[in-house]
Write a protein that binds this ligand. Sequence first.
Ligand SMILES: [Zn+2]
Ligand SMILES: [Zn+2]
Length: 155
Amino acid sequence: MPDTPEGRCACGAVRYRLASSPMFAHCCHCRDCQRQTGSAFVLNALIEADQVTLSSGEVDAVAVPTDSGRPHKIYRCSVCKTAIWSVYGGVDKLRSVRIGTLDDPAALTPDVHIYIRSKLPWVKLPEGVPAFEAYYDSKTVWPAASLERRRAILG
Ligand SMILES: [Zn+2]
Ligand SMILES: [Zn+2]
């Protein structure tokens, strides 16, 4: 992946740049993600908020209901409403950037598959990638360097 990956929304009004590689990548098969995307799963790159810069355009935060009741805001292009990133659980220092909006979405492969209890039956999970029925304990799954970065923002 490039040192400073870039991405954009569908209409091109929003462009953004990541100042570093994401800490971790999720493929989430939960029902919330399926409903919100209208698809089988969502692809999120987890990165510190201060590593995400909007180079053009504006995003609007949209609060969405969740099965868990925890807050979830989706940040969308103010023009075409493409989802660019999410903030889960009110943790503003951590962003989950939609991998499909990157200029090179193939540059990031999911590090983990989560909520596979609601995975669509035709989706075949790759060998050797951790997969969990629901969520997981990042302390046992994330690489040390990413845990260190996470600790730096979340304590
Ligand atoms: Zn999900
Ligand atoms: Zn747009």
